[in-house]
Design a binder for this molecule. Structure first.
Ligand code: PEP
Ligand code: CO
Length: 454
């Protein structure tokens, strides 16, 4: 493919995305206020560090080689009101439990990457929303505007960027303190038991498995005299959609003693389906940072686009640098994924492969409620494992929208709601998430799949 603007291609800078078409960016009525906030963001200390980013990149390289499995999961969108200790702890608990289940099934380490501490900006299919003849900007996530349908609430407010940054820091601070304080200690999986796991049909299976992990640890320590060290404490990394580019740019920095630029708002930024155009601003932004980066891929991709992603984002084909997060839907993956794998091979790519079984399976009920069926979600993951294996490679992870709360947003699973039950506890302003039990059930199914696949 011809590169028309070779000079531009080589001259990346944190703001070079501004020379490309940038989709999904909010319009700020008060530009000066926005500039003031961005200047302040540039001065604030970072949320994550370059050595954590480098560590994650190494671990993702191992996942690409089949030696680790990635669990990338959390809310579709975080909300400011949910920046509460119980909510954050519940999210950690469900991620910890799922990862224990996955470790037991996969017999390899699991990398936990939370869609948290910054997952506040959302792409929307329409820029405006109309109700009763009144047209207002769409709600784009708490870091941009507010969900209430009034002109004041829907105006993009730059102060929310600061509030979001601060809440990300609060969230991360609490997570780091919990992990350091022993909350995630594998000797004590009871610390991350959720209260109502007792009532779940999966409780017994989970407890048996957690107990056996505890026993193995004690065996290593007491009988073999080995201190489990790194393996007895669990770490988390963070991830969010790098959607609001001025915000991401403000925390894109150089660090002492390491070459290159790092996005220090999150370890693992990804670009979503609506902004993944290889010639667009979002890919341009990701191109120049040292973080591992992800790209969501849907059924409409072309081989040419795939080749351009490889050239822009991973010209040296370094394992761990680029992750393709495919989200085709249970009905389309059988056709689309083999085609994607072929396109990547034709371009000489070596990405990490992650399956997002959520975003291709969203549908509306007869009553107009946005939902997903558990069976579609599992059907997509199951096919993803089979297709990768049949084509001689491995699926390296799963990307899931979930919550530690007992919501009723997705239909099905062993104890999940039916379509009629969706109204009981539907909270999400954006996409429907698996609740705690559905998440754990999915982890068990994936674990079983990996165990049988060995
Ligand atoms: C998301 O991950 O919340 C999302 C919007 O996904 P996608 O870009 O794949 O539609
Ligand atoms: Co979503």
């Amino acid at each position: 493919m011809p590169i028309e603007n070779a000079a531009e291609v080589s001259s990346w800078s944190p703001d070079s995305w501004r020379r490309r078409p940038a989709l999904q960016q909010p319009e700020y009525p008060d530009r000066a206020a926005l500039e003031g906030v961005l200047a302040e963001l540039r001065q604030l200390p970072p949320l994550v560090t370059s050595w954590e980013i480098v560590l994650l990149r190494q671990q993702l390289a191992e996942a690409a080689g089949g030696a680790r499995f990635v669990l990338q999961a959390g809310d579709c969108a975080e909300r400011f009101v949910d920046c509460r200790s119980a909510r954050i702890a519940n999210m950690l608990k469900v991620l910890l439990q799922m990862s224990l289940v996955l470790v037991a099934g996969a017999q390899k380490p699991v990398i936990r990457i939370g869609r948290f501490a910054g997952q506040y900006a959302k792409p929307r299919s329409a820029g405006e929303e109309t109700r009763d003849g009144l047209e207002l900007p769409s709600y784009r996530g708490d870091i941009i505007n507010r969900p209430e349908f009034t002109a004041a609430a829907r105006a993009a407010d730059p102060q929310l960027l600061l509030r979001g940054y601060e809440r990300s820091a609060l969230t991360l601070n609490f997570i780091r303190a919990l992990v350091k304080g022993g909350f995630a200690d594998l000797h004590h999986p009871e610390y991350f038991d959720l209260d109502w796991v007792e009532h779940s049909p999966l409780a017994d299976e989970y407890h048996r498995m957690a107990a056996s992990i505890g026993e193995s640890l004690r065996f290593m320590e007491h009988v073999l005299g080995v201190r489990a060290g790194e393996t007895d404490r669990i770490d988390f990394f963070t991830t969010h959609e790098a959607l609001h580019l001025a915000y991401e740019e403000a925390q894109t920095r150089r660090v002492p003693r390491r070459p290159g630029w790092f996005n220090l708002t999150t370890h693992f930024p990804w670009v979503g389906l609506r902004t993944n155009d290889a010639a667009g601003a979002h890919i341009e932004y990701l191109r120049g940072i040292e973080n591992p980066v992800g790209v969501k891929v849907g059924p409409g991709f072309t081989a040419e686009q795939v080749a351009r992603w490889m050239e822009a984002l991973d010209p040296e084909r370094q394992p761990g640098r680029l992750t393709l997060i495919h989200r085709f839907g249970a009905g389309r993956i059988a056709e689309a994924l083999p085609r994607l794998i072929e396109a990547v091979r034709a371009a000489g790519g070596r990405p990490l492969w992650i399956c997002d079984p959520m975003h291709g399976n969203t549908r509306l009920t007869g009553g107009g409620v946005k939902t997903r069926r558990f069976e579609d979600i599992y059907a997509e993951v199951e096919q993803a494992f089979a297709i990768h294996q049949a084509m001689g490679q491995t699926l390296g992870g799963a990307h899931i929208e979930l919550t530690g709360e007992n919501v009723t947003e997705c239909i099905g699973g062993a104890g999940g709601p039916s379509e009629e039950g969706l109204g009981e506890a539907y909270e999400s302003e954006v996409d429907p998430r698996l609740n705690y039990e559905q998440s754990l059930e999915l982890a068990f199914l994936i674990a079983r799949k990996m165990k049988n696949g060995r």
